[in-house]
Ligand binder design. Structure first.
Ligand code: MF3
Ligand code: CO
Ligand code: CO
Length: 277
């Protein structure tokens, strides 16, 4: 039961107008989101000491190739890889390559597949072998922040309610929210309106309406919130070199709440599973 006009391309819309998607969009997002989630599930068994981030990138590319999915980041603004691999103090946009994963590392893998033109964007944290207790705790908090954000993403609330829920949880645990990167609308476009800040004031920002589709992807630091981008132009790291963790889902606002498109079909990406405990 959906009565919304399908989203127009961004160029045909006035700036600041948030597209409302209909049943076709939700169905497309379900397919793309589930393909992304399956690949992130598949990668779990490959994240072990000795593997390079480049090998994980190849696996993500090949899984997509075999299932009719194209990585959205390939050739996106000069980026040349299928995933981002952000290790330890890397906040986001780490570039896969020769780096070998070592026991005790934590790594975020961020993947967006395009399936039939729709974008499924999700990222998870993976521990390499046994990880330090403080890293486990940080991952747990980042995942809880994503959950608090999703709980606040209901019609009648605003984007500010999402940010405020995330910020208050992160800061109650004496961790910091990164301000420099935001969640984003998506659909047929990779990055669209609205911006979803992971901090803010309850009631601020645009009201959430059924048919809106966007990501929530908080980056949480053990130390200070400040980041810098390395000379490769992509890799964002914590300025104080403290550990950082991120979790991301693509969701759609429904009449009664929301639908998460990128839920793990294997049940791997949730608070009770070992990889996020
Ligand atoms: N998937 C990232 C996001 O969550 C975007 C990565 S863009 C890249 O929005 F070019 F760095 F890959
Ligand atoms: Co992403
Ligand atoms: Co995203």
């Amino acid at each position: 039961m959906v009565t919304y006009v399908e989203a127009q391309s961004r160029s045909k819309r006035a700036p600041g107008v948030i597209p409302l998607h209909g049943e076709e969009g939700f169905a497309g997002m379900r397919r793309a989101g589930q393909m992304t989630a399956r690949a992130l599930d598949m990668l779990t068994q490959h994240v072990r000491p000795g593997v390079t981030t480049g090998e994980l990138d190849r696996l993500a590319f090949e899984f997509g190739r075999d299932h009719g999915a194209i990585p959205a980041t390939l050739f996106y603004r000069g980026y040349r890889h299928s995933i981002c691999t952000s290790i330890n103090h890397v906040v986001c946009h780490g570039i896969p390559g020769e780096r070998v994963l070592r026991e005790g590392d934590i790594v975020n893998i961020d993947l967006t597949y395009v399936v039939d033109g729709w974008h499924g964007d999700s990222s998870r944290m993976y521990g390499v072998g046994e990880i330090p207790r403080k890293a486990e705790r940080l991952i747990h908090i980042a995942y809880e922040c994503l959950e608090k954000g999703i709980e606040a993403a209901v019609p009648g609330n605003t984007t500010g309610d999402i940010g405020a829920a995330i910020q208050s949880h992160a800061e109650s645990q004496r961790t910091a929210v990164v301000r420099n990167f935001v969640g984003h609308g998506l659909g047929r476009l990779f990055h669209d309106e609205p911006n979803i800040m992971h901090f803010g004031t309850p009631g601020a920002g645009p009201e959430l309406k059924p048919g809106m589709i966007f990501t929530i992807e908080p980056m949480i630091n053990l130390g200070r919130p400040h980041v810098k981008v390395l000379s490769d132009g992509w890799t964002a790291v914590t300025r104080d070199r403290s550990l950082s963790a991120q979790c991301e889902h693509s969701i759609g606002i429904t009449e009664t709440g929301n639908e998460v498109f990128t839920t793990s079909p294997a049940g791997l990406f949730n608070l009770t599973s070992p990889d996020t405990k």
